[in-house]
Design a protein. Structure first.
Length: 94
């Protein structure tokens, strides 16, 4: 449980998921996982989550994140500068 959505991109699959962890795979659309992570950690997503999932907050403001909540966040499917975003992500990871 956290007060904010926190996402981590495990490039090499080196980390073990904890108790309240949702694992996202690229799926059929083959969306870059770094792009998904960047979007989920963005201010836009934080704004959306704080307004749309406000009723799920427990005392102290924490939310128990599950697949249902994550899958309800609208993800942009047409990212015009996706290759540029991927290059930024790769630079951060190296």
């Amino acid at each position: 449980m956290t007060t904010n959505l926190e996402c981590f991109y495990d490039v090499d699959g080196e980390y073990l998921a904890g108790k309240s962890t949702v694992i996202i795979s690229p799926g059929e659309k083959k969306i870059n996982l770094g792009v998904i992570c960047a979007f989920l950690n963005s201010a836009v997503t934080s704004f959306y989550v704080n307004h749309c999932f406000n009723s799920l907050k427990m005392s102290g403001g924490a939310i128990n994140w599950e697949v249902e909540q994550i899958s309800r966040i609208p993800f942009p499917h047409d990212i015009k500068e996706e290759s540029l975003l991927i290059s930024y992500i790769n630079r951060l990871l190296n």
